[in-house]
Design a protein around this ligand. Structure first.
Ligand code: BF8
Ligand code: SF4
Length: 688
């Protein structure tokens, strides 16, 4: 079986959109691996040094094109590999996809539908546990802070009380009492034995269907326990029940995101638009460079705080540096960006290249999306790789265990270590040409309401609703998730953003997707003038004025890390409530065009369960089961109102997202503009 055959099977028989095979081989050869010139320059530099990166390793599997992804296992790609028990591993083929390979059941008799669904739920569960673990760290810090056991403070008591009101906590008096109650409920949502997660039921409007299908999550721990049991050999066999449980886990995942970002706001402040920069050139040749990478921002908050400590700065100066420069990578980076304007050096695909600049004294990681190969890259330089959480250890890293109680000392210790490493910097330093790109980031529901209240103080959301109803904002699309080397990195996000902006669709963005847009210069007021359709441009100009800027607001609103996807979901709920409709009825959709991590599958599944339509640009490993494909892409819409669709071509994906918006507008009875009659641009955008 060749990969070409696989492609035909998957696209024709399962009716999943795919364009890869339509592109001539020659054309694919000429495509580059990334849209970002700086990243391309750094890849060449790494090559000169003999350092392999995620891009080089992907090239061994065929490069940034799934149609040439020849070396990957057919069975794994289709989700048809099972190694649950000692009779396996089994690799099978769904009966009607059989050609020369005749095995269509595992040794135990498990069908393709069972195996694919079982693999899927395990993926969603891993993503959920990552987000819930993040939420547990944040909630536990609030609890300990309320008990005066940490050096953190409660920065936003007003927000804390708003969360408490939502959770129906009315009897507590002092801020400490409220914090203890809120954090205890959050912790019990994650690990307790209650009947439903309070952060799910009080934040996400659930329907009769959710109740009938038993989609309201109990605690995350309980859902994960049952998932582990169900996926054990010889237990659950029904693909539909697996998918429904995956939906429940997805809802538990969204509730975990809500806990993380709501409580992080209480501890660290509510994000509001802030200017900053992105690119390798935010590293400073004259300063001690410290990169903070990962997701749980508890330590990073303190590293940022103490990077301004006079004594530490003097120490850096005494060792020949002009100061201390803290920059962010991935979602920890996003979190300190949206609250403090800390610059971003890169996202998931840049992490190895950041070290390859030779300019990093301390590379501090917490958890998630940390590529194991950074150990090998760090070894080539003076860079101190510092791990900080028990969940993410690296054999050659210096481990400085983080705990909330001693956060100040630990942060200072790490800063000292990086400062003392400055004299060890070698001569082999390299940064790409050019300047870092400007950006504005830090959108939150509260910040948006504050800006809008300058237009309508009594009813801040009204102007937004009015502009959506009139078609000035044709719809909203959330670009979420990672950047992927399986496609041209950044290009899918950026192409979708540009296609939609031109048609007056406002873009919300989070995670590495937001960083891809930032690298392409889409997070500025100038980008609004350049890329937004005329109507959207006018709206963003007046919002810019209302915010007190001399430029329009950017056309892509950066809401933060992946846990901040909850902010966009909460904004959607606020709009739905105002319009008196369900979230599924809104002209809003989600795109995870370059998803990589299991976490993205958890957020995506949760979003679909809540009624959103979700685009995936990378085909998930489910094509081995028609039943699972149909459950996720068709049946889901009947059950929840939302569905997944898979479309690797970003231009076509934009078209489908627009069609969804147009349909939603039609059903709501608000203006439709036959927007799709305008031709969409074609692939050449990607040839950069
Ligand atoms: O949580 S977007 S690669 S960094 S998983 Fe990871 Fe994906 Fe980036 Fe943030 Ni989200
Ligand atoms: Fe094979 Fe069944 Fe064991 Fe999976 S559980 S490895 S399909 S025998």
């Amino acid at each position: 079986m060749t990969h070409k055959e696989t492609k035909q099977e998957t696209t024709q028989e399962l009716n999943i959109n795919s364009t890869g095979s339509e592109l001539p081989e020659k054309e694919m050869e000429s495509l580059k691996v990334t849209l970002d010139n700086e990243t391309a320059e750094m890849i060449k530099h790494a090559e000169r040094l003999g350092i392999d990166t995620v891009f080089h390793r992907q090239s061994k599997y065929g490069g940034p094109s799934m149609c040439k992804d020849k070396s990957r296992c057919y069975f794994g790609t289709m989700g048809l590999c099972c190694r649950q028990c000692g009779m396996g591993p089994c690799r099978i083929r769904q009966e009607d996809l059989q050609k020369s390979y005749k095995i269509n059941k595992g040794t135990c008799g498990a069908s393709a539908d069972t195996i694919v669904a079982r693999n899927l739920i395990m993926m969603v569960a891993r993503g959920t546990s990552a987000h819930a673990s993040h939420a547990r760290h944040i909630a536990s810090t609030l609890l300990k802070t309320a008990q005066n056991k940490t050096p953190y403070t409660i920065k936003e008591p007003g927000k804390l009380r708003a969360i408490a009101a939502r959770l129906n906590i009315h009897e507590a008096r002092s801020v400490q009492e409220v914090a203890e109650k809120v954090s205890s409920i959050a912790l019990s949502d994650i690990l307790g034995s209650g009947e439903s997660m309070s952060f799910s039921t009080s934040y996400c409007k659930t329907s009769r269907t959710h109740n009938e299908l038993k989609l309201i999550p109990r605690s995350v721990g309980r859902e994960l326990l049952d998932e582990e049991h169900e996926t054990a050999m010889g237990t659950m066999a029904d693909p539909e029940m697996f998918v429904l449980h995956a939906a429940r886990l997805g809802m538990a995942d969204i509730a975990s995101l809500v806990i993380s970002s709501e409580i992080a706001d209480v501890l660290f402040g509510i994000p509001t638009p802030v200017g900053s920069k992105i690119g390798f050139n935010v590293l400073d040749k004259n300063k001690v460079n410290i990169v903070i990478h990962g997701h749980v921002q508890l330590l990073s908050e303190k590293i940022v705080e103490f990077s301004e400590d006079r004594e530490l700065i003097d120490k850096a100066r005494s060792l020949g540096a002009t100061g201390i420069n803290v920059v962010g990578c991935c979602c920890t980076g996003n979190e300190v960006l949206i609250r403090h304007g800390v610059p971003l050096v890169g996202s998931n695909l840049q992490q190895e290249l950041i070290i390859a600049t030779g300019l990093v004294e301390g590379f501090v990681v917490d958890v998630q999306c940390i590529y194991p190969n950074i150990e090998n890259v760090a070894r080539r330089f003076h860079t101190k790789l510092i791990s900080t959480m028990e969940e993410a250890r690296f054999a050659s890293a210096t481990h400085i265990p983080f705990n909330e109680e001693n956060a100040d000392e630990i942060a200072k210790n790490i800063l000292n270590m990086a400062i003392e490493n400055f004299p060890n910097r070698g001569k082999n330093v390299f940064v790409p040409h050019g300047e870092p790109r400007d950006m504005i980031a830090g959108f939150s529901v509260e910040a948006i309401e504050r800006i809008l209240s300058n237009i309508n103080p009594d009813d801040p959301l009204k102007p937004l609703i009015g502009n959506i109803a009139s078609g000035n904002i044709y719809g909203i699309v959330l670009l979420a998730g990672c950047t992927s080397p399986k496609v041209i990195a950044d290009a899918s996000h950026v192409t979708i953003a540009k296609e939609l902006l031109a048609r007056n669709v406002l873009i919300a963005a989070t995670g590495c997707a937001a960083q891809a847009c930032a690298r392409a210069g889409l997070l500025t007021g100038d980008a609004t003038e350049k890329y937004a359709g005329d109507k959207l441009k006018e709206v963003l100009r007046s919002l810019g004025k209302a915010a007190g800027y001399d430029k329009p607001l950017p056309p892509v609103w950066h809401f933060g890390g992946c846990s901040d996807n909850s902010r966009v979901i909460l904004l959607a709920y606020a709009l739905a409530r105002k319009l008196g409709v369900e979230i599924k009825d809104l002209p809003i959709a989600v795109s995870a065009a370059e998803w990589v991590a299991e976490k993205a599958t958890a957020i995506g599944t949760g979003s679909v369960a809540l009624g959103m339509t979700v685009h995936l640009g990378i085909t998930p490993p489910i094509l081995g089961s028609q039943a699972v494909v149909s459950l996720l892409t068709q049946r889901a819409e009947q059950l929840f109102g939302g569905r997944f669709f898979v479309e690797p071509d970003p231009v076509r994906a934009a078209k489908i997202l627009l069609e969804h918006i147009e349909q939603a507008r039609g059903k709501l009875g608000i203006s439709t503009l036959n927007i799709l009659e305008k031709p969409l641009n074609s692939m050449p955008e990607l040839k950069v």
